[in-house]
Each structure stands twice: as C-alpha cells, then as structure tokens.
Design a protein around this ligand. Structure first.
Ligand code: URA
Ligand code: CA
Length: 434
C-alpha cells in the first residue's frame, strides 16, 4: 500500500477499506507516514467526509493504536458519560455518586482542566486529602465495593488520536464531523466503556455553536458507538449560558452537594436526571427511562445519593464531612458583587467568556503549568430571562485578589441586558439514540 494512493482515493471521494484505514493510523502512530501526507489526508476527509463504516473503522484503529483499560474485573455494565465541554459544568460531580447510588458502576478515568475552569480531578481535589493516585487493583476494588472511583489518566491511550488532534489543530481540520466523532469515541472506548452517554453542548459557549451541527455530531457518535458494539445515546444540551450558578472548583463541589441534596440549581438537576436516566437504563438497572428517572429522584430524596458522595470522597482519602460542612472547602478572601449598571432582562451570558473571567481569577489554567486556586470563581445571581434592577448583583466574584477590574470588565461584556422580556432557553434541545 502507498499512502499517496490512499490520499488520492479519499480526495476523489471513494470509500477506504478497513485495512487501508488501519494502514494510515498505524503508519502515522509509528512515525512511518509523515505529517505532510496525513495533513493532506485529513483535508481530504474534511471535504469528502467518511461513510459510517469508515468512521467506525477509524475509531477502532485509533483505539488499537495504544493501551486499552481492562475493566472486566468490575461487575456490571460500565457506562461512561462524556461531555463535549462546557463552562461550570458540574454534571460529572453530581452524576457519579447519583448513578452509583442506584447500583451503576462508575469507573471514571479523568483529567485536569485547561482553560475555563478545572477538570473533574481539580474540582474533587478541593476536598482536603482527596487524591486519584491509586493503583489499578485498588481502583477496581473500590468500584466493586462503592460503585464509584476516579483514577488519574495513565497508560498510553489512543496515541494516534493525540498525534492526529495536534496535527488537525494546525492544519484547519479540527472541525470535521468524522474526525471529531472518531476522536471522542476512541478515547471513551479505550478507557473501557461498555456503553456511552454523550452530552453534546450547543450554543454560544460550546464547541458546536449551531444546533444542527451539534445534532450531526451527536448522530455520528451514536452511530459509531452502536456499530462497534457499545450502546450509545446522546443528549443535546444548552450552553448558551453556564450550567447552574457556580463556576470554579470548590464552588462547584458545593453546588454538587446542594444538587445531590435536592437543593441545587434546577437546570443542573434536570440535566443530571436526563443524563443519569440514560446511564441507568444502558446499565440495565431499570427497564425504562421513566423507571430510571424515578430511581434517581428517590436516591436524592432519601439521601442515598449524598451518602454515596461521602463514601466515595472518604474512600480516596478525602474529608467526607465536607458534605455536611461545605464551609470546610477552600474559601476565597474577598467576595465582590458585580452590580448591574442598568435595569433590564438578562438576554445573554456568553459562557466561554465567563469561563475566561473565572480563569483570570485563577480557577482555570492558562497553560498546562499554571497552578490553580481552588477557592476562587463566580456565582451567577441571574440567568437568561431574569429581571434585573439597577444595582442588583449579577454575579458574586470569589477572589483572592482585591483588584479585579479586568475580570469585572469581562463579565460586564459577557452579560447582556435587553429592555424587552426574554424567554429562558430550552435546556435539552434533543435526544438521539439509535
Ligand atoms: N474533542 C476531541 O476530543 N476531539 C476532537 O476532535 C474535538 C474535540
Ligand atoms: Ca455550575
């Protein structure tokens, strides 16, 4: 086989065989095919697309390019959730203990965040003593015992995707549905998921700003998952404003505790119940989505979900008493109100810009080396559709610096007011299954 022929084949819109796709991915992973040829190939895919079969083969070729995590020691169907990324997205912190408390095994491999706010591990580390540096056997044992554990990323998972993603980043080929879908799905499959629930975000703060694009991406990932024997479902949820009120690590842990107690923001709870129902259903712990939702609601009302969070934190060295005493979480020195300069209705809260403001406070990393401040962040006091009087606090800023003019300016730019009444956006735009 010659790479140049395969580039030409794709350039001309023809379908590549499984062997041809494996040849490209293996050759690239082993440095036998140069960047310039793979660049030409990804550009050809960008313009000519891939069939469902090609997409599934590309995904599995990337899975097989490196290590895969063996979760066979865990009883039950392992369902993983993936979000295409949002601002102040506290769902993972809520969903883990919530679905674990009804018997769904949650074996989560997670990372640290870059930009916006921290990743799941950063957030959990706001709990004194909590750590994810555990051995594999310990991880498996904890999931069997408590139904939930989180481990840091280890092993050489999907090296082909790492190389390809970096290359796409500098060749204007990130934004291609077959390439994004195979990239995301390969990582979930390599991490050991039997079934996958996807939360595809859409709106101003999301990677897929347009609803039709989000639907197309979701459909592509659902097709890949089902084609390779992993039941997959997707929810398309709104990111035209941040989810919940809290953006920042300790603040989001507090928000997760409130939500597990049934006292959290409504949008966050709704999305968690929606995604959670799919997870419970795919894990075959409920015979219908309605039953799954009832089980989750009962787990919140009875306190079972909150207990699962406590047990999970303690099992990994954390101070589980924060669940009853959230004031033990890291606290910022200053609480500064962002006052509305005029009256009106909130019409827009540009989520990624708000995430950037939180990052400037220290809640997220500007570079991989940045040290984050777990205590700082933002609490939104208004959401889209809310009526605002002049002088009302739009946001409470939790900061360890007193001078935060640039943060305030960024927030004023991101929160737009209109004279006319505004309707709150729909939270769940669509759900997609096979
Ligand atoms: N996220 C991924 O993991 N891969 C992509 O290609 C795009 C977004
Ligand atoms: Ca939040």
């Amino acid at each position: 086989m010659r790479m140049v022929d395969l580039i030409q084949k794709k350039r001309d819109g023809l379908e590549l065989s499984k062997e041809e796709i494996q040849y490209i991915i293996n050759g690239y992973t082993n440095d036998e095919i140069p960047d310039y040829q793979v660049s030409a190939f990804t550009m050809a895919v960008f313009f000519k697309d891939m069939t469902d079969r090609e997409r599934a083969d590309l995904t599995m070729a990337m899975v097989e390019s490196g290590d895969t995590i063996d979760l066979s020691g865990i009883e039950g169907i392992k369902v993983d959730k993936h979000s295409t990324g949002g601002v102040g997205d506290t769902t993972t912190l809520v969903l883990g203990p919530l679905v674990a408390s009804v018997g769904v095994p949650v074996a989560k491999m997670s990372g640290r965040g870059l930009g916006h706010t921290g990743g799941t591990i950063d957030k959990l580390e706001a709990v004194e003593g909590f750590h994810v540096e555990i051995e594999n056997d310990e991880f498996i044992r904890l999931v069997n015992e408590n139904k939930i554990a989180v481990i840091g990323q280890s092993g050489n998972l999907t090296p082909a995707d790492k190389k390809l993603y970096s290359l796409r980043d500098v060749t204007a080929t990130v934004n291609s549905i077959p390439l994004i879908a195979s990239s995301i799905m390969s990582k979930k499959i390599a991490a050991g998921a039997d079934a996958i629930v996807l939360d595809v975000k859409t709106g101003a703060g999301a990677f897929m700003k347009d609803l039709d694009d989000a639907k197309e991406l979701a459909g592509a990932m659902v097709s890949i998952g089902n084609a390779v024997g992993r039941k997959t479902m997707a929810v398309i949820s709104d990111m035209s404003q941040p989810l919940g009120y809290a953006i920042g690590n300790a603040l989001e842990v507090k928000e997760a505790i409130d939500t597990l107690r049934g006292e959290g923001p409504e949008d966050l709870l709704d999305l968690c119940l929606e995604l959670g129902s799919y997870m419970v259903y795919l894990a075959e712990k409920a015979s219908s989505l309605e039953k799954a939702r009832e089980m989750l609601q009962e787990a919140i009302e009875s306190g079972k979900a909150l207990d699962a969070f406590k047990v999970f934190l303690s099992a990994q060295g954390g101070d589980g008493s924060v669940v009853d005493h959230p004031e033990k979480l890291p606290q910022a020195k200053f609480k500064i109100e962002l006052e509305a300069k005029e009256e009106g209705y909130v019409s827009e809260i540009v989520a990624d810009a708000v995430g950037t403001a939180a990052m400037w406070l220290g809640a997220g990393r500007e570079t991989k080396e940045s040290v984050i401040d777990l205590a700082v962040g933002l609490m939104l006091n208004k959401k889209i559709g809310d009526k605002v009087e002049k002088g009302d606090s739009l946001v409470t800023i939790y900061s360890n610096q007193e001078n935060i003019e640039s943060v305030k300016e960024k927030l004023y730019e991101s929160i737009k007011l209109s004279f006319e009444e505004v309707k709150a956006p729909k939270l769940i735009h669509a759900t997609i299954s096979k």
